[in-house]
Design a protein around this ligand. Structure first.
Ligand SMILES: *Cc1c(COP(=O)(O)O)cnc(C)c1O
Length: 354
């Protein structure tokens, strides 16, 4: 740290992303990417757009917003796009938080929320999940502070139903409710439809997981037009060209190729259930996941040790050191053969422990 850094940032602890080894040595199950490549249509669209990289991208992103509007049954003025949904979350904490207006979210959830709060000088309170890692709605219903929930939640994979999201939005029309649906396409219920009836609700989505575009950096927010106007003010004040040409073209093509991605999501959901059953057969406790990852623990091996032993054998999973979840590992659902290797390697670890 230099002695010139602002007072505000001196104590900031940056978000720590999962490891991204730049070689192919690992079965990579640590950052919830899709094991499947983008569709052929996406590859062609992105390649064609590369020839126009000498020109700035379209700041209005009309073709992409139009395609999203059609997919989700809303209109153009209900959509703001970002460089990954992380950027939209950053916009949201910047737009709706300040020293006097703190946010609330669960104690165990996406690690970026507290980082964005600290970066923007927004206070926050973490509401503990219940012992079974479910959200206690009563923690939120009577609290007037803006709230963020990942649904399905990360790293647990546990989802709330649509009726519960509606109760949160309806309980206080003056309070902002943000639902982060990064994993909704793997078996959750989307709250996008509710944004037409609740003007205090923002749904955030991403192309990173279910649409195989983690490296393309493309996310979106859907909400009432007045909320989207707020986010557009922030976006134009930071970087109107936040979504690059190739990613916009890739996003439009991905929405056109919906059938390809829906088939991949179904395969991943099936692989998830098969893998969960095999982990349970090995004695693991596995949380009920609606996402493209599993959160599991075993009495036979600590979370940290399992993470290290798997890594030594070429399988990368994610381990978190927070006390409540230090016993667990989070395992991305990869291809059928990835999961075969993960299970076999876990068995090897257990056999050598005895
Ligand atoms: C992966 C993830 C995101 C964001 O991903 P982007 O790649 O920035 O779109 C947002 N929220 C949660 C809970 C996630 O797991």
């Amino acid at each position: 740290m230099s002695r010139l850094l602002s007072e505000r940032l001196r104590t900031l602890e940056a978000y720590v992303p999962g490891e991204q080894p730049q070689d192919q040595r690992y079965v990579k199950l640590n950052t919830n990417e899709s094991p499947y490549p983008p569709s052929p249509g996406v590859l062609a669209a992105a390649a064609a757009e590369a020839a126009r990289l000498n020109l700035y991208s379209d700041p209005e992103l009309k073709p992409l917003r139009a395609a999203l509007a059609e997919t989700y049954g809303v209109t153009l003025e209900n959509i703001c796009c970002g460089n990954g949904s992380d950027e939209l979350l950053y916009f949201i904490f910047l737009a709706y938080g300040d020293a006097a207006h703190g946010f609330i979210f669960p104690d165990l959830t996406y690690g970026f929320y507290p980082v964005f709060c600290r970066l923007n000088g927004v206070p926050f309170e973490e509401k503990p999940l219940r012992a079974d890692f479910t959200v206690d709605l009563t923690d939120y219903l009577d609290d007037p502070r803006p709230m963020v929930l990942a649904n399905p939640n990360a790293p647990t994979g546990i989802a709330l139903g649509l009726a519960e999201i509606e109760r949160l939005a309806a309980s206080n029309p003056a309070r902002l409710v943000v639902i982060d649906e990064a994993y909704v396409d793997f078996g959750g219920e989307s709250a996008v439809g509710l944004t037409r009836r609740y003007d205090n609700l923002i749904v955030v989505g991403t192309f990173s997981k279910s649409r195989s575009l983690a490296g393309g950096r493309l996310g979106f927010a859907i909400a009432d037009a007045a909320l989207i106007a707020d986010l557009e003010t922030v976006r134009y004040s930071i970087n109107p060209y936040n979504v690059n040409r190739m990613s916009m073209a890739a996003g439009v093509a991905a929405l056109r190729d919906a059938a390809y991605y829906e088939a991949n999501c179904r395969t991943i959901a099936r692989t998830r259930e098969d893998t969960a059953a095999r982990l349970r057969a090995l004695g693991f406790e596995v949380l009920p996941s609606r996402a493209n990852f599993l959160f599991a623990r075993s009495d036979r091996c600590s979370g940290e040790r399992l993470y290290l032993e798997l890594k030594r054998r070429g399988v990368l999973v994610r381990h978190f050191t927070k006390p409540r979840i230090a016993d667990y590992v989070r395992v991305t659902v990869g291809s059928v053969s990835d999961m075969e290797q993960f299970i076999r390697t876990t068995e090897d670890v257990f056999n050598e422990e005895r």
